[in-house]
Design a protein around this ligand. Structure first.
Ligand code: NDP
Length: 242
C-alpha cells in the first residue's frame, strides 16, 4: 500500500482528496493544523468504507514543526515512506495592496509558498531513493490570472507554479512527477462569504465546483496512468479562465 500525505486534509478540498485516495487503495495521512475533529471524522469515514489512514498534525508555516512531525513519522515507519504528496493546505488574507499589512503578506507567503517548500523538501529524498513519486500542488486561478485584493495569495500560488515546473525538470528521471492543479471557485469554507449567485454568471458552466471534482483530478495524477504528465498546471474552473 502506498502512503499519500494530504496537507489540509481537515479542510474542504483536502477531505474529498483523502477519501478519494483511500478509495484508490492509498494509506492516507490526513494532515490538519487546528481542526483535529474534522481530521478524525475524515479518518472515520475512510475506515467505514474499508480504507486505511491516520491523522498527522503540523503547522505548515513552521519549518521546525514540519521536520519534527515528518521526522517522527519516518522513525515510527522505518521501512516505509510517503510516495504521494498533495500540497493542499492554504490560507487567504485578502486586502487591496494599498491597505495590506506586512503580516497579511507574510502569513500567506509562509503558509502557502514556504509550506510547500518545507513539506516537499522533507519528503523528496525518499521519493528519489525509491525512484517513484507524485507531487501534486493545489494552486489557484489567482496564481495564473492574478486577482485584485489577492496580491499576497496570487504571489504565493504563482510561486508554487514556478517551483512545480522547475522541480518537475529536476526529478523527472527518477519517475517523480510534479504537477499543479488550479481550481476556480470550489464550494468550501474558504469561499463561503462569496456571492455564488452573482459570480456564477461569469462561469461558463454556470456554477461553483465541488470538492469531489478536484479530488478525482488529484486521484488521476496520483496514479500510474498519469506518468507522462509533469510540470503541468491543470485548470479546474468550469471554463472561467483558460
Ligand atoms: P479550507 O479553508 O476548507 O481548508 C484549508 C486547509 O488548510 C485546512 O485543512 C487547514 O487546516 C489547512 N491549513 C491552513 N493553515 C494551515 C497551517 N498554517 N498549517 C497547516 N495547515 C493549515 O480551504 P479549501 O479546502 O478551499 O482550500 C484547499 C486549497 O485549495 C488551498 O490551498 C486553497 O488555496 C486552494 N484553493 C481553493 C479554492 C476554493 O475555491 N475553495 C480555489 C482555489 C484554490 P486546519 O483547519 O486543521 O487548521
Amino acid at each position: 500500500m502506498k502512503n499519500a500525505l494530504v496537507t489540509g486534509g481537515s479542510g474542504g478540498i483536502g477531505k474529498a482528496v483523502c477519501l478519494q485516495l483511500a478509495r484508490s487503495s492509498f494509506h492516507v495521512l490526513i494532515h490538519y493544523n487546528s481542526n483535529k475533529k474534522s481530521a478524525d471524522e475524515v479518518l472515520s469515514l475512510i475506515e467505514s468504507e474499508g480504507g486505511k489512514g491516520e491523522t498527522i498534525r503540523f503547522d505548515v508555516s513552521s519549518k521546525k514543526a514540519i521536520e519534527s512531525a515528518l521526522g517522527k513519522w519516518k522513525n515510527d515507519n522505518n521501512d516505509n515512506h510517503i510516495s504521494v504528496l498533495v500540497n493542499n493546505a492554504g490560507i487567504s488574507k485578502d486586502n487591496l495592496m494599498i491597505w495590506m499589512e506586512e503580516g497579511e503578506w507574510n502569513s500567506v507567503i509562509n503558509t502557502n509558498l514556504n509550506g510547500f517548500f518545507h513539506v516537499t523538501k522533507s519528503l523528496l529524498k525518499d521519493m528519489i531513493i525509491n525512484k517513484w513519486g507524485r507531487i501534486i500542488n493545489i494552486v489557484s486561478l489567482s496564481g495564473l490570472k492574478g486577482l485584485p485584493g489577492q496580491t499576497n495569495y496570487s504571489a504565493a500560488k504563482a510561486g508554487i507554479i514556478g517551483a512545480s515546473k522547475a522541480l518537475a525538470q529536476e526529478v523527472g528521471k527518477k519517475k517523480i512527477t510534479v504537477n499543479a492543479i488550479a481550481p476556480g471557485y470550489i464550494k468550501t469554507e474558504m469561499i463561503k462569504n462569496l456571492d455564488e449567485k452573482q459570480l456564477k454568471t461569469l462561469i461558463p458552466v454556470n456554477r461553483f465546483g465541488n470538492t469531489e471534482e478536484v479530488a478525482h483530478l488529484v486521484d488521476f495524477l496520483a496514479g500510474d496512468n498519469s506518468s507522462y504528465i509533469t510540470g503541468e498546471v491543470i485548470n479546474i474552473n468550469g471554463g472561467l479562465y483558460t
